[in-house]
Design a protein around this ligand. Structure first.
Ligand SMILES: CC(=O)N[C@H]1[C@@H](OP(=O)(O)OP(=O)(O)OC[C@H]2O[C@@H](n3ccc(=O)[nH]c3=O)[C@H](O)[C@@H]2O)O[C@H](CO)[C@@H](O)[C@@H]1O
Ligand SMILES: C=C(OP(=O)(O)O)C(=O)O
Length: 418
């Protein structure tokens, strides 16, 4: 397994390009299953989860062509299978996103249950309940969700817990249902809106985009379109944190400042200067961060996918702070590893109490989740001596060439192949 080796202490300076968003690309690729003609996506990030999705679409019988400059064409007009196998779903929970489209277009789907993962149990009960409300018959047998519906019917569905992929799955299913679907307490994440805009270009009739109530009038068919994947706000946030942590000066291009506002606000409270224009953000920092409390919330609140990375700033802050995780029950895998690097953190339930220290020290570390691993890379940028971050395949799920981008900004970092 590849490792990332870092020597801490370099200040990050310069510019980097933000890639397309993983969490937008995955549902967009799945939406190709709804179209009666090929879909063409640009700004698709080169990530392990994207490759897994392409492999899954290929197994279903879609023709996928990977073009130049991160473009991907998906022709799902002649599907040969309606089954998403465990072998692929277990490596990427977002495979559940093929359920809604397959059921809506073909009246049948068999998708492996994703199961839990490092950050919690992560049930899909709301995806299933919503599809049942739309008339689907669903059975769970031998670890597979088996769903059938001759034609889905529009329904009113309330999410008792806002769910990002749940909203995306039901929204995609509803586009081809008979009648109108209303999704209440829908997720408002920008990736949900990006998908909704793409579906409308394909001929869907979705209103309320960006709000917590989506109204979807079903149509008979959707056509193929071209769509550019929106920039990755979590990748952007991670480089913003890296800039602040190393007391650097970094400008991010191809990004949307509005989508990272909650992170920018926290970094400003910590003492960074964050300036922004139409599609760029600059983060400058001098001196030690101030300790700042963090509490994760659905969008537009502070994202759970940035909790681990900003906690690293608190470990080096002047003062103490609490970090409260409200979205997932067990998203503190980074804590033990940060402690091994000298951080002073105490965990109690869903809250971490972080007391800032003067320095972290390099160590061999690893995590079994994407953002926890990213936070360890950030810690390695400032820790004294050498840090070795193992199990880098988790990072490759969500960060494109992280070591190259960081090295171009001045970090002492390299990947050691297995
Ligand atoms: C591919 C993708 O877009 N992944 C993102 C998506 O994950 P994902 O869509 O899986 O996360 P959800 O928004 O569904 O999860 C939010 C909360 O709802 C709960 N829940 C969810 C569905 C369900 O049927 N029942 C239920 O109880 C979950 O356990 C969790 O506590 O949103 C998360 C929250 O912003 C992010 O961390 C992930 O990066
Ligand atoms: C939790 C994440 O992703 P996923 O939902 O794909 O596991 C993430 O991107 O941080």
């Amino acid at each position: 397994m590849d490792k990332i080796i870092l020597r801490g202490g370099n200040r990050l300076e310069g510019e980097t390009q933000v890639s397309g968003a993983k969490n937008a690309a995955l549902p967009l690729l799945a939406s190709s299953l709804l179209a009666e003609a090929p879909m063409y996506f640009t700004n698709v990030p080169h990530l392990r989860d994207v490759t897994t999705t392409i492999e899954l679409l290929g197994q279903l019988g879609a023709q996928v062509i990977i073009g130049e400059r991160m473009s991907v064409e998906v022709d799902a007009t002649e599907i040969t299978s309606l089954r998403a196998p465990y072998e692929l779903v277990k490596t990427m929970r977002a495979s559940i996103l093929v359920l809604g489209p397959l059921l809506a277009r073909y009246g049948e789907a068999e998708v492996s249950l994703p199961g839990g993962c490092a950050i919690g149990t992560r049930p899909v009960n709301l995806h299933l309940k919503g599809l049942e409300a739309m008339g689907a018959e669903i059975e769970v047998e031998e670890g597979y969700i088996k769903a059938r519906a001759s034609r889905l019917k529009g329904a009113r569905f309330f999410f008792d817990q806002a769910s990002v992929t749940g909203t995306e799955n039901l929204m995609m299913a509803a586009t081809l249902a008979e009648g109108t679907t209303v999704l209440e307490n829908a997720a408002r994440e920008p990736e949900v809106s990006d998908l909704a805009h793409c579906l409308n270009k394909m001929g869907a009739r979705i209103s309320g985009i960006g709000s917590d109530e989506l109204v979807i009038e079903g149509v008979d068919r959707l056509h193929g379109v071209e769509h550019r994947v929106l920039p990755d706000r979590i990748e952007a946030g991670t480089y913003m944190a890296a800039a602040a942590l190393t007391r650097g000066d970094v400008t991010l291009r191809n990004t949307d400042p509005e989508h990272v506002e909650a992170v920018s606000e926290k970094l400003r409270e910590m003492g960074a200067e964050v300036s922004e224009g139409g599609d760029w953000i600059r983060v400058q920092m001098d001196g030690r961060p101030r300790a700042v409390n963090l509490r994760t919330q659905p969008y537009p609140g502070f994202p759970t996918d940035m909790q681990a990375q900003l906690m690293v700033l608190d470990t080096l802050a002047d003062g103490g702070a609490t970090v409260t995780e409200t979205v997932f029950e067990n998203r503190f895998m980074h804590v033990q590893e940060l402690q091994r690097m000298g951080a002073e953190i105490e965990l109690s339930g869903n809250t971490a109490f972080v007391k800032g220290v003067e320095t972290l020290t390099g160590a061999p570390v690893m995590a079994t989740d994407l953002r926890a691993s990213a936070s360890l890379v950030l810690a390695g940028l400032v820790a004294e001596g050498e840090s070795v971050v193992e199990r880098i395949y988790h990072i490759d799920r969500g960060y494109e060439r992280i070591e190259e981008k960081l090295a171009l900004l001045g970090a002492d970092v390299r990947r050691m192949p297995a």
